[in-house]
Design a protein around this ligand. Structure first.
Ligand code: SF4
Length: 113
């Protein structure tokens, strides 16, 4: 049995964003997301390092100031069909998180995606 406590804590952490409109989250992530400003000269080519998805997520998203906003937006828009690296998590972790995220507040009352 896996220990999902960290997912429960993360779902709880995202509650603070539950009333933030999608458009606002999208604007914040596009403006402040670290990966949105990639391609800076001198940046390593991570594709050549054959990183695992988890290692890529850790590196790509390290220090990003909008990890929670990115994660909340991805859970809302892609839900359990999420793919790739978003919000500092790989897709398997986000899919597992999605179940817990949906159990919270109004999402559990049928108002969620
Ligand atoms: S959390 Fe990661 S994927 Fe999301 S905006 Fe930040 S760097 Fe990009």
């Amino acid at each position: 049995m896996t220990d999902d406590r960290w997912l429960i804590v993360l779902a709880w952490q995202l509650d603070r964003l539950r009333w933030v409109p999608d458009e606002v989250l999208d604007e914040v992530v596009r403006r402040d997301g670290t990966c949105m400003h990639a391609g800076v000269e001198g940046e390593p080519d991570w594709n050549e390092e054959h990183l695992t998805d988890r290692a890529l997520a850790a590196r790509l998203c390290a220090g990003c100031p909008v990890q929670d906003e990115c994660l909340e937006l991805e859970l809302r828009t892609a839900g359990e069909h999420t793919v790739g690296v978003w919000g500092a998590l790989v897709e398997d972790d986000r899919r597992a998180l999605h179940w817990y995220w949906r159990q919270r507040g109004e999402r559990a009352e049928g108002g969620s995606r």
